[in-house]
Design a protein around this ligand. Sequence first.
Ligand SMILES: [Ca+2]
Ligand SMILES: [Ca+2]
Ligand SMILES: [Ca+2]
Ligand SMILES: [Ca+2]
Length: 472
Amino acid sequence: MLRSKYLNRLTLLPAVVSLILFSAVGYANNSGEFENERLVCEMRQGYNINYINGQYGTTVLNTIFSTNAYLLQTQSGVDIESLATVIALDPAVLYCGPNYYLDAPEPFQRSSPFLDNQAIGTFENQPAAETLLLSDAQTVATGTAVKVGIIDTGLNFDHPQFVAKTSHVHSGYDFVDDDIDANDEPGGVASGHGTFVAGAIALVAPGAELYAYRTLDTLGRGNGYTIARAIVKAVDDGCQIINLSLGLRGRHEAIHDAIDYAESLGVVVVAAAGNDSTGDENLFPFPALKSSVIAVAALDSLNLKADFSNWGKKVDLCAPGTRVYAPHLDSLYAWWDGTSFSAPLVAGVAALMLQIDPNLTADAIDSVLAETATDIDAINPLYAGDLGRGLVNPSAALAALTGFTCGDANGTNNLNISDAIFIINYIFAGGPPPVPSMAGDCDCSGTLSISDAIVIINYIFANSDPPCANCP
Ligand SMILES: [Ca+2]
Ligand SMILES: [Ca+2]
Ligand SMILES: [Ca+2]
Ligand SMILES: [Ca+2]
């Protein structure tokens, strides 16, 4: 989509589109295609959408009130790109563009699921579970009651893996068929993709509550406006984590703003880094491209970069992404490769963390995951510095949340007046919160307040009891 202040980029667009169409064998992740007779626009402050409708003959089909995005119906037969360019020039408009499609990366590239029902226990004991040492991490947390939104092809609610296990699956909404049943429908190359993603989250966080938002059809394709709507609905439904195993090349303003809305409310957004086998930032898919999103690349069973996985400075973390074993359609399981299945493993780790500390901010989760990840540059010399902070480490991330000293609010491993100042800055000056938040809860009240700082001050200057000394 085109922000009117970046008009000089318009002239480049045809050249960029043809480059996408004719380069990178197998690349179809962003074909540059969009919905017919639809535009996605936002007005500048003080302007009304009726002005645009009056000028350009459009009508409003839908509004995302949380982000002020409009889906507009155009008159039939108009050239959508030309009209978008004209409207984007209007000073009343913040952005206006075609409603581009996003795709799940696997169906359009090299990776199909291999249906295969192994013995009971194969799921829990699969290579990815061994790599991530999940049985250790799950002695600490299983993600109980943490809500995770999955924006994908839907979910096979009747699969025995979900029926039998503690993970609870819920239908968020089916935006494809516009009904309340987000069942993962059969019949296309992407059927089962959302179920598989959900399975990867459940592998890491079997106690999590999984909410499916069906936005991709059975071919793995969905339009950006609908995906933005689904993100906002997931946030409004109380999801604390959102998984996006989908992308397009470029940027979609409505999705960008929906993710900002999610993050403003503390929701963690995780996205697949894409399967284009490229390190070129210009080819890196959105929304993984958005800095605040946790972009996850795929590793093979030896923790080497998977051949299909993207890499580069936009990658935050890596997770297993080859031979992942997870539920598919009917009662079947499958083996499947792709960064789509690496992202939900990280989303699952975030769910474990949020069970331990429900007050963790998205920023805190991001930084704890980064700080505790295992550096794999030495075994990936060609990609050194281009695999984010390395392989996600669930046990280390949880240890960072549980192995704290009460009162050491700033995490320096000692207790002094700067910890009281850190708490005061958090409460009164918008400073960063203690990580974990319990590290600052010196009176064990369950919340952070000025009394926690006073406990520290009295301990240091008045020989009172140390932080947490009087806790149950
Ligand atoms: Ca349905
Ligand atoms: Ca990022
Ligand atoms: Ca300290
Ligand atoms: Ca407190």
